[in-house]
Design a protein around this ligand. Structure first.
Ligand code: NAP
Length: 331
């Protein structure tokens, strides 16, 4: 039985990666921290690797206790925060700590999967649907994207390190919390847009994402990077149309000028961080991303290397997602 560590196991993507690993009969270690919520990690087959990614010596001590992992999916990451310096700290420094601990304990796995993000490359050309390609020069627009890119460059600089880098586009599905805001908006009868230009978007359903990651783990490919999407390009209005159909809702269409969204994001963040110590979904860093018009990406190398064939397009994935939110009494 191959031994796998999945960091950030308590989060949305991490908990699905853990499920997939269990289904595929790996010896599964869920990487968590002291404060992690274990709501989605109840399966009795899960072993836990509790560590402090901020402290290399603690990681080394914990690695010596657990023994070497055949595979590591380093999925822990920070996507939003009130303290902006934490982006670089968590997404870059913690990744470096983990890898240095692996080197210093001589426990380099057969494969180290780094979950980066399309945000590390930044958006594609304006006024075009031309997808972002692996050969493009990365130009991240947010601190989140910059921190992921820095981690990627560090990983690629290592000698003979058996990495694979995955850059998912927007991931959606059950348990997800950010797109959920859009579902609630449509449910309340409001269909919102940022600016008048059509936005080109890409998506990946959580189950297709986890499946292709495990196909990649089982392949003999290393030292390559991939964008992950369902291979389609959608417009923002197509996304809303699917939501309206699935939720069977009529809506009022509201087009917010970009400047207004920027101002709302600013005050939203200020108030929420100051009073509730909680970063809202619409914040100043997120604004830098959602105000871009082209988030299409080229994931065709997944077909070539792993025979990737997504099972879910946006309509099928949203149908399944909304059924889950309704079952959980969230919608
Ligand atoms: N969701 C997307 O659309 C998307 C797209 C592209 C890439 N990604 C990447 O995918 C990964 C997972 O994202 P997600 O959407 O599943 O987010 P999530 O639900 O917020 O999960 C993040 C995970 O990272 C852990 N984490 C955060 N800060 C940490 C810290 N300081 N120390 C240790 N662990 C920490 C969290 O642990 P706690 O539960 O203890 O907080 C949680 O398990 C991230 O690396 C993210 O950048 C996500």
């Amino acid at each position: 039985m191959k031994k796998i560590l999945i960091t950030g196991a308590s989060g949305f993507i991490g908990s699905f990666l853990v499920n997939e690993a269990l289904m595929q009969e790996f010896d599964v270690y869920a990487g968590i921290r002291e404060s992690s919520n274990l709501k989605y990690l109840k399966n009795a087959g899960i072993k836990f690797f509790k560590t402090k990614l901020e402290d290399k010596n603690t990681i080394k001590k914990d690695l010596k206790k657990s023994g070497r992992f055949d595979y590591i999916i380093h999925n822990a990451g920070l996507t939003k925060t009130c303290n902006k310096s934490m982006f670089e700290m968590v997404n870059y420094e913690f990744t470096k700590n983990l890898i240095e601990a692996l080197y210093e304990t001589e426990m380099i796995p057969d494969k180290f999967i780094f979950i980066s993000s399309l945000a590390a490359f930044g958006p594609g050309k304006k006024n075009s649907q031309t997808p972002i390609k692996e050969t493009d020069t990365p130009k991240p627009v947010s601190l989140y994207g910059k921190s992921k890119l820095k981690a990627e460059l560090y990983i690629k600089s290592l000698n003979n390190f058996p990495y694979l880098i995955f850059r998912p586009t927007g991931v959606y599905g059950p348990r997800e919390k950010d797109y959920f805001v859009m579902y609630k908006s449509i449910k309340s009868g409001m269909e919102t847009y940022i600016g008048t230009k059509n936005q080109y978007l890409s998506f990946i359903y959580i189950k297709d994402l986890t499946r292709v990651i495990f196909d990649a783990i089982k392949s003999n490919i290393i030292q390559k990077s991939y964008f992950i999407s369902d291979l389609n390009i959608y417009t923002a209005s197509e996304f809303n149309k699917i939501l309206k159909t699935v939720l069977n809702k009529k809506t009022i269409c509201i087009v917010f000028p970009k400047l207004l969204i920027r101002i709302i994001a600013f005050f939203n963040e200020k108030i929420s961080c100051k009073i509730f110590h909680n970063i809202p979904t619409l914040n100043t860093e997120k604004y830098k991303e959602i105000s871009q018009v082209n988030w299409a990406c080229d994931s065709t190398s997944l077909i070539r290397d792993f025979g990737f064939k997504p099972e879910f397009d946006l309509e099928k994935g949203i149908n399944e997602t909304i059924k889950w939110y309704i079952k959980e009494n969230l919608l």
